[in-house]
Design a protein around this ligand. Structure first.
Ligand code: IFM
Length: 756
């Protein structure tokens, strides 16, 4: 295998991540890094044999259950990984005996995780063990493991136990009650149910031994059915154990156990499953891959981030979305934020539009929760949850609990005040429509999202009669270091933009789908008065922009706050909020993540808010030095990379890009153990395409005005735009942009130009 380079902890080839040493201190972060999945579930990279303090986890989209304080969380599902090897009485484990070789590899191309080990047992028997696993990308209900065992210097007894552990935990909390378990001709099955949401899971498992004569015994330890085989091993002779697991939940079918056991009974062998998995991955990468030449670290790490997005996006279920930590960790409890629509969605929109459609349909299905939230706060329409789960009701915890007995708990105000999400989701819905021309989705789902969320703004704004302007008071902007501000430019401008589009959608609907327009008018109580109220807000909403300097004030009074020179705090390894305190940070001009700069980026295609160089420069010069980019939010660096690149600050752009790119591979924020930073992964894609690739979306399609970082000699990718694929092959000194004529296979879209 030809390695391409290495970073602090890893070696990599074009497609394979390689870890050559096991470090127990990095157990949890590496469990995240080696996550595999298939868009239905994600499984952390915990070891088959277990390890003290390991936190194995499998999360399935939509399988939420109640929990104190944070309301609901993705339930860690029964663990399908256990594959225990006992060598002449010694149980194989990395903390005993001697590791003579260790090599863990994640093959991004096929979602295949393997481990090559040479282990000397405490009794002195040496064995080569090669584990392999994948979550089938071809059939989301199928999981597969294989283990090759080759004694190096002994003959003796080897026992292998392959089981399903029905006692998974979410940080000490077990969501599952046992219903039943049993055995079939093929193997074992397990049936469990979440305690509150009463979601049932049915799992089946079978095991096959190749290369020796051996029988299988079934052990039915309660909640932990296991298949065991024991055989007489011979030195230098390889025996292979294949374990296949199937699973369904009551979200998929009324009878998950029979679905799992039936599927198990009709599955082909491991090699055939592997081939189908490879084919499915080939198709995904054909659309989504990015090729970078001249920078092997970036080339590999970009693919790593895209891989993490591909395994998180649901391909068959439009009632789920991607949590902030994808399906790879306990962080944020599987809750869904604006991270999905603003950071992750563009990747899917331009390379896997069917997944983008599912992600947005989730917001449509959860409108009832958003309406309950609006009503609870005394507003009209739909008020999307800052943190959302299965129903769309607000699930941001009210309090952040202090681990210090005597410390104060922290009130989390985002649930009440971080309302820019109500324009972020419509922003994504509009972009989906513009990019795909999917009128069918827009009239059925998108219009309702955009219109009902617009009704919210109509009831949320306040008219200041002295100023003769509309205001939005008492919010948290994108920059969460300031917790109660008035007229945050991001929120006001996004609300205005949203209302402009709401009117356009309303008119389009009335013209093209009059029946649906009438239906929505009645359902949402949408009146001509409401429409003219929106127009009035659009015309009169307060926006703190100085047309002379082009500088925008982040919120009223920001420029009067105490100024802080972040350079004085060089060498720190904490956020400014941790250093200064929440109260003090609130009173200073220090920003957690790009807010005005984020706005400029999102508005870059908006004709009525020109993304001109002067505005960009003026606001960059003011806000970038005041942004806690390295220790604030992980969402920030990719956005700075795009803007710095647009400003021709190539070195700076690359530096922050690398912070985003390596956030999990290098664990550079120290919290990869909580799960993959999904928004950062999406931001990485945007930084490559819109930043370095300089993609602009014109009426004639995407065009590249690229500025590749030093060292990059080639950048190649494709984008799907209004029914056609556009190939970009950008090389220093020349540009090739091709429109390829093939359409997405099985596309359900009828492509129309919404402008026609
Ligand atoms: O949504 C983000 C927010 O912008 C910053 N804090 C973390 C959240 C989840 O990633």
């Amino acid at each position: 295998m030809q390695t391409k380079g290495h970073s602090r902890n890893f070696i990599y080839t074009d497609w394979i991540l390689i870890e050559t040493q096991f470090d127990p201190d990095q157990l949890h972060s590496k469990e995240t890094v080696f996550t595999i999945g298939n868009g239905y579930l994600g499984t952390k990279g915990s070891f088959e044999e277990g390890y003290p303090h390991a936190l194995p986890a499998t999360f399935i989209h939509g399988v939420y259950d109640d929990v104190p304080v944070v309301y609901t969380e993705l339930a860690n599902c029964p663990d399908w990984l256990p594959l225990v090897v006992i060598v002449n009485g010694d149980r194989f484990r990395l903390d005993q005996g001697e590791i003579l070789r260790y090599d863990r590899q994640l093959d991004l191309r096929y979602g295949l995780l393997s481990r090559y080990l040479r282990w000397r047992s405490p009794s002195g028997n040496t064995i080569d063990i090669h584990f392999e696993r994948f979550a089938s990308f071809a059939d989301q209900h199928v999981l597969a493991q294989r283990c090759h065992l080759t004694p190096v210097d002994f003959d003796g007894l080897i026992e292998v136990q392959g089981g399903i552990n029905g006692y998974p935990e979410n940080q000490g909390f077990n969501h599952w009650e046992g219903l039943d378990q049993g055995k079939t001709d093929q193997g074992i099955w397990l049936q469990r149910r979440t305690r509150h949401s009463r979601i049932e899971i049915g799992m089946g498992a079978t095991m096959k031994i190749l290369g020796t004569e051996a029988s299988l015994q079934v052990s039915t330890a309660p909640g932990y059915p296991t298949l065991t085989t024991t055989y007489l091993a011979k030195s230098k002779q390889t025996v292979t154990v294949e374990k296949i697991v199937t699973l369904f939940t009551s979200r998929d079918t009324e009878t998950p156990v029979s679905a799992a056991t039936e599927k198990l009974a009709h599955l082909p062998d491991y090699a055939t499953l592997l081939k189908a998995n490879e084919q499915a991955w080939d198709e995904a990468w054909q659309q989504s891959d990015i090729l970078i030449e001249g920078d092997s670290t970036a080339a590999f790490a970009v693919r790593y981030n895209l891989f993490q997005l591909l395994i998180a996006g649901s391909r068959h279920d439009d009632k789920v979305s991607i949590p902030a930590k994808t399906l790879s960790g306990f962080g944020y409890r599987g809750h869904i934020f604006w991270d999905t629509e603003i950071f992750m969605l563009p990747f899917f929109l331009f390379t896997q539009p069917a997944i983008a459609r599912n992600l947005l349909s989730y917001r449509w299905h959860t409108l009832p929760g958003a309406r309950r939230k609006a009503a609870h706060y005394g507003y009209k329409g739909a008020m999307f949850a800052w943190e959302s789960a299965d129903t769309g009701d607000e699930v941001t915890p009210r309090w952040g609990l202090n681990s210090d007995f005597y410390g104060e708990d922290v009130r989390i105000w985002c649930r009440d005040r971080e309302i820019h999400i109500n324009a972020d989701i419509p922003y994504a819905a509009w972009n989906y429509w513009q990019t795909t021309g999917d009128d069918e989705w827009m009239q059925q789902c998108g219009a309702e999202i955009i219109l009902d969320a617009a009704i919210f703004w109509g009831s949320r704004v306040e008219f200041n009669s002295e100023r003769q302007q509309y205001e939005i008071r008492g919010v948290i902007g994108v920059d969460e270091y300031h917790e109660f501000v008035h007229n945050n430019a991001f929120t006001n401008r996004m609300a205005q933009w949203h209302l402009q589009r709401a009117i356009a959608v309303y008119d389009w609907l009335a013209h093209k789908f009059p029946e649906r327009a009438t239906e929505l008018e009645q359902k949402l109580k949408l009146t001509p008065q409401e429409r003219s109220h929106w127009q009035d807000i659009i015309a009169k909403i307060l926006f703190l922009h100085d047309p002379l300097t082009e500088q925008i004030e982040q919120f009223e009074g920001f420029f009067q706050l105490e100024d802080i020179n972040l350079a004085d705090y060089q060498g720190r390894d904490h956020s400014m909020q941790a250093i200064l305190s929440i109260e003090k940070t609130n009173k200073c001009q220090v920003i957690k993540q790009p807010d005005i700069l984020m706005l400029l980026y999102l508005m870059r295609e908006s004709a009525d808010f020109p993304y001109n160089q002067k505005a960009l420069q003026a606001n960059w010069d003011y806000y970038a030095p005041r942004t806690d980019i390295t220790y604030g939010s992980s969402l920030g660096p990719a956005v700075h990379a795009i803007l710095a690149s647009d400003l021709g600050k190539s070195a700076e752009a690359y530096e922050v890009f690398m912070q985003a790119l390596m956030v999990d591979l290098e664990d550079n924020r120290g919290n990869t153990s909580d799960g993959i930073h999904g928004a950062t992964a999406g931001g990485v894609w945007q930084a490559v395409i819109f930043g370095f690739g300089g993609i602009q979306l014109t009426e004639n399609g995407p065009v590249a005005n690229f500025h590749l970082p030093d060292g990059w000699t080639r950048l190649k990718f494709k984008l799907h735009w209004r029914g056609k694929w556009h190939d970009f092959d950008l090389r220093k000194g020349q540009v090739t942009s091709l429109r390829s004529e093939f359409k997405i296979q099985n596309s359900k879209f009828k492509i129309n130009d919404p402008y026609k």
